[in-house]
Design a protein around this ligand. Structure first.
Ligand code: GDP
Length: 265
């Protein structure tokens, strides 16, 4: 029996290594944990505040096309490929964000990043600032990761889905507005951060490439920020609305998020 166990262990170890990973990130209360349970179990469940990253094994539903199926004919009756992947939920609480940010820089089979936004919270100035600053920092890390990997064989292009969640809440902003408000607010955050750097003298001397330009998100020196500016840094950003929970008996609306994951697995 022991050889079988060892074999099984080795198999698990090997297969665990190659599973693609999708990271959930975003401010606390945005709906990450609820989304994780919905994607893993098919139903959203009550959540508790997570202190540590949580991982769930998920499988693409049969109704969603995977990247592998993209040229598939409509008349093809064979079953679709339903790849499995790991969904990792990171704590959004300010003090615990190092978990989220360190997952970004550690080498995994990271296929994409879902930044969950509470579309009602971003209608307030404070909620918008908190979300935009966090998103700014996440995007800057991805930009730096791309810049640093340019010399290696494997340029790490990581797509980002901004999931404009809680569209069922009537004070929520529609996805298009969530997008433009975040772009405007990120432009402000970028301005303040670069001014802060100049004032503190960081980046004035040659300190290993940590200069003003490498700390500037998107198109260097541009007044406006647009998510499209991230493309030249290898980061494709999409904003798609939906809701994990539905009103009353109604189910959530997450099909388009599934579709995005399917395209990127
Ligand atoms: P996290 O801190 O990002 O993990 O957020 P949670 O998953 O704990 O969710 C925070 C709260 O928002 C919970 O009470 C959820 O039930 C609620 N919530 C999450 N998604 C939705 C949604 O789409 N619509 C509504 N109305 N509430 C949601």
């Amino acid at each position: 029996c022991l050889p079988v166990l060892i074999h099984y262990y080795l198999y698990r170890k090997a297969s665990a290594k190659v599973l693609p990973t999708v990271l959930l990130i975003g401010p606390s209360g945005a709906g990450k944990t609820t989304l994780l349970t919905l994607f893993a179990n098919g139903t959203p469940s009550a959540t508790h505040t997570s202190q540590e990253p949580q991982t769930a094994l998920c499988q693409l539903p049969s109704t969603t096309s995977s990247h592998e199926d993209r040229y598939r004919s409509e008349h093809d009756t064979s079953s679709r490929s339903q790849p499995k992947f790991l969904l990792v939920d990171t704590p959004g609480h300010g003090k615990l964000r190092h978990h989220a940010l360190s997952s970004l820089t550690s080498p995994t089979a990271l296929k994409g990043l879902v930044f969950v936004v509470d579309s009602a919270a971003v209608s307030s100035a404070a909620g918008l600032t908190e979300t935009a600053e966090y998103l700014h920092d996440v995007l800057l890390l991805l930009q730096k990761r791309h810049t640093q990997s340019k010399t290696s064989r494997d340029p790490q292009a990581i797509p980002v889905l901004i999931a404009a969640n809680k569209q069922d809440v009537f004070t929520s902003l529609p996805a298009s507005l969530v997008k433009s408000k975040l772009e405007q607010e990120i432009a402000k955050a970028r301005q303040t951060r670069s001014k802060g750097l100049l004032d503190s003298g960081i980046g004035m001397e040659d300190d290993g490439g940590d200069d003003e330009e490498s700390n500037w998100l998107g198109q260097y020196g541009a007044k406006e920020f647009k998510f499209a500016q991230m493309e030249e840094h290898g980061v494709e950003v999409k904003v798609i609305g939906g809701n994990v929970r539905g009103e009353g008996e109604e189910k959530g609306r997450v099909e388009e998020w599934w579709a995005w994951i399917g395209e990127n697995l």
